[in-house]
Design a binder for this molecule. Structure first.
Ligand SMILES: [Zn+2]
Length: 189
């Protein structure tokens, strides 16, 4: 959806409105998805904050794909870390350099890498569900090193198994749901 340039009563061009930046940056579909999850998208300044500060996902000037990835992180987070900055996973190294802040990593998160790949896959499934360019994210997140297609990942990758176990996908489609407190690992049995 592209914004039409507005013009004044006498046809004088007006500068684009700065009052609703998110309306231009984040698509309606993604904002609706956030709303269905009960998640606020924040307009706070990038340099002053976390991607997720425990209350809202930073959205100003970010892409649909980035915001969806953070929604997926929220879904994949263990409940006790869900309201912590960056879900207790620690800071994104790029953002630390840029903003000079640090987010604490909480305790020992045994499966931080697994949680990252599960969030990546879940975000890609949301992008596919919403008709976005999910293959761009699929390439960007490095999935092509292990599989050529999303369906191949869904068939054989452990991230897909996790998403099923956490009840975040059904029949390979993403659900509006959050990871339950504890799910028995197959090896626990
Ligand atoms: Zn991530």
């Amino acid at each position: 959806m592209s914004a039409k340039p507005s013009s004044g009563a006498a046809g004088t061009p007006r500068p684009p409105s700065r009052s609703r930046p998110m309306a231009r940056e984040i698509s309606q579909a993604v904002r609706q998805l956030a709303s269905r999850m009960g998640v606020r998208l924040g307009l706070r300044k990038r340099r002053a904050s976390f991607s997720w500060d425990g209350r809202s996902i930073y959205a100003f000037g970010r892409s649909d794909s980035d915001v969806i990835h953070d929604l997926a992180h929220l879904q994949c987070s263990e409940p006790h870390r869900r309201l912590l900055p960056e879900w207790g996973l620690g800071s994104d190294p790029g953002r630390v350099r840029e903003a000079g802040y640090d987010a604490p990593r909480v305790g020992v998160i045994v499966d931080a890498d697994e949680e990252e790949s599960a969030a990546s896959l879940l975000g890609i499934l949301w992008e596919r569900e919403l008709g976005l360019d999910y293959m761009a994210t699929f390439y960007l997140h490095g999935w092509t090193a292990s599989a050529g297609t999303v369906d191949a990942v869904l068939r054989k990758d452990a991230a897909a198994t996790r998403l099923r176990r956490w009840r975040l996908i059904r029949r390979n489609r993403p659900l509006v749901a959050f990871r339950p407190e504890s799910v028995k690992e197959p090896s626990d049995a």
